[in-house]
Design a protein around this ligand. Sequence first.
Ligand SMILES: [Zn+2]
Length: 50
Amino acid sequence: MQGDCTHPRTEFLARRDGVDYLRCLDCDQVLEADDLESVPAVDEDRDLDR
Ligand SMILES: [Zn+2]
């Protein structure tokens, strides 16, 4: 089971149609950079709403 991997370590595979493709070094899964950016780490919009 690889469902719990958060892909903390990735290597760059290729860029295609404006999308960066990465491969996780831990679970070997191929990811789109957009998928990783969707992880709720930094929410820039919130600072504007203070
Ligand atoms: Zn992974």
